[in-house]
Design a protein around this ligand. Structure first.
Ligand code: NAP
Length: 489
């Protein structure tokens, strides 16, 4: 497996750095390799190069069709190197090989293709207009221009997809960028840098500075970075917004969630159980839009929970590098302790532990898929984002009650309703306070559709044509076409 140890990606090459950061393989709890603790000086150097690239138009002066081809080549390289990417991300953050190959890698490649397709599309408008009065011949146009250097900060849970969503949008809008990946998943981000460089991104247009606190804060505070795109926890998002206010930076935030997956009793029980499992246990529950609250109407509640227990107990938990594992570890010891803390809290709060909740053999950070039933909306396991394989099942009687429970949360990232009643489905599509609503499905995303949160799940949208807007400034240009000079005075 190829790991870019002890380096940052700067000026189109990997550069050695002395200060190291240990990356632990969560399946074994053993050291995987050494990355770099990027410094404020590294961020300064990366921003300086990106500013120079912005000023010289090193990226945007390349023919748009060629820029589209570059992102397309990068997408193709990701597909060709699927085995490398899966091996690295599985070892550094515990994503199962199965899931990486089936979902993360194709989605990342498709997103780059999509962003490439946006490059050549016209972004401004041109409109001739006349002002009232004698001197009424003007030409007006609206230009959309790259805002400047984009600072991109990503979490570990989708170590390829999250950087691609940001780098792809920034480049499609014409912004040079500096990426600071999470300290748990630097090697995937550096592999992405290698691929983008090989595809033809010019030097200085993209830097990747692994690291933790110092590098992230330096990037957010840097006066030469007018745009910050952040994905991570709601708490950190709030810090970032405060810090970015000093320079009135443009900020987009993709934050946490506690999404409701709602099953009415006209749903087939087997289908409902499959939908609930798919909603929560992908990537060991470390998915921002995970359906971590399952709401089940009483008519199928008993049958649903009985079958859910059977299906969960058939799942295999094991090494993320083993193709037979359904669920790998959680990312780190810290996350393992946090998730186990919530399980203990669930037991104390009066919810019923339907299954899971115990220990898994092995040294890795494994948490068994865990389900609590009889949960009420106020319990911490139903209100707070756990970010692990823990599901809270909440019974309900009426449609009004389901909607009220679903919306009674700080978050608003996603949600789903399962029913055969088309009008009810459409009422939920309209009334769920969430950026993505699924009907009779879960987790399905497309790069062509905007993704983001209502309420404290975020600000702005990634993906879809809207994804470029936060990276663009809008400028009105007015040209006087009159032959005679202005004669006001
Ligand atoms: P996190 O602790 O908020 O960290 C995210 C990133 O921010 C990391 O690179 C982190 O590195 C950096 N960071 C932390 N504090 C910072 C600061 N003050 N200034 C600048 N950078 C800072 O989140 P996480 O634990 O990695 O990820 C899990 C969270 O991400 C969950 O809440 C999940 O819901 C959310 N998420 C949301 C989406 C979405 O699209 N809405 C997608 C995926 C994940 P350091 O900690 O080393 O500083």
């Amino acid at each position: 497996m190829k790991l870019h140890e002890g380096v940052i990606f700067l000026d189109g090459k990997f550069q050695k750095r002395g200060t190291t950061l240990e990356v632990i393989n969560p399946s074994t709890a053993q050291l995987l390799g050494h990355s770099v603790e990027g410094s404020a000086a590294d961020i300064d150097a990366a921003v300086e190069l990106a500013q120079a690239a912005h000023e010289s138009r090193a990226w945007t002066r390349i023919d748009p069709l060629e820029r589209t081809r570059i992102l397309g080549r990068a997408a193709q390289l990701i597909r060709e190197r699927e085995a490398d990417f899966s091996a690295v991300m599985s070892a550094e953050m515990g994503m199962t090989l199965n899931f990486a190959g089936w979902m993360e890698i194709p989605m990342a490649a498709n997103a780059l293709d999509f962003f490439g397709s946006l490059i050549a599309q016209p972004k401004g408008v041109t409109a001739p207009f006349s002002l009232a009065g004698p001197q009424g011949d003007y030409l007006a146009m609206t230009l959309k221009q790259p805002v400047g250097v984009a600072g991109l900060i990503t979490p570990w849970n989708f170590p390829l997809l999250m950087p691609v969503w940001k780098v792809g949008a920034a480049l499609a809008a014409g912004c040079p960028c500096v990426l600071k990946p999470a300290p748990q998943s630097p090697f995937t981000a550096l592999l992405l840098a290698e691929v983008l460089h090989e595809a033809g991104i010019p030097e200085g247009v993209l830097s990747v500075i692994p690291g933790s606190d110092e590098a992230g804060k330096a990037l957010v505070a840097h006066p030469g970075v007018p745009k910050i795109a952040f994905t991570g926890s709601t708490e950190t998002g709030k810090h970032i917004m405060r810090s970015a206010a000093d320079h009135l930076k443009r900020v987009t935030l993709e934050l946490g969630g506690k999404s409701a997956n709602i099953f009415f009793d006209d749903t087939d029980v087997e289908e409902a159980v499959s939908g609930a499992l798919f909603g929560i246990f992908l990537n060991s529950g470390q998915v921002c839009q995970a359906g971590s609250r399952v709401l089940v109407q009483r008519g199928i509640y008993e049958a649903f929970t009985a079958r859910l227990k059977e299906r969960v107990e058939e799942m295999t938990v094991g090494d993320a590098g083993d193709f037979t594992s359904d669920i790998g570890p959680v990312v780190s010891r810290e996350q393992w302790e946090r998730v186990r803390g919530y399980i203990a809290q669930g037991k104390q709060s009066g919810a019923t532990l339907l299954t899971g909740g115990g220990n898994v053999e092995g040294d890795g950070f494994f948490v068994p898929p865990t389900v609590f039933t009889g949960v009420t909306a106020e319990m911490p396991i139903a209100a707070e984002e756990i970010f692990g394989p823990v599901l809270a099942v909440i019974p309900f009687d009426t449609e009004e009650e389901a909607l009220s429970i679903a919306n009674r949360t700080l978050y608003g990232l996603a949600g789903a309703v399962w029913t055969r009643d088309i009008k009810r489905a459409l009422r939920f599509a309209r009334d769920l306070q969430a950026g993505t609503v699924w009907v009779n499905t879960y987790q399905i995303l497309s790069p062509t559709l905007p993704f983001g949160g209502f309420k404290q799940s975020g600000l702005g949208r990634e993906l879809g044509p809207q994804a470029l807007e936060p990276y663009l400034e809008t400028k009105s240009v007015i040209v006087d076409l009159n032959d005679t000079p202005m004669q006001m005075f």
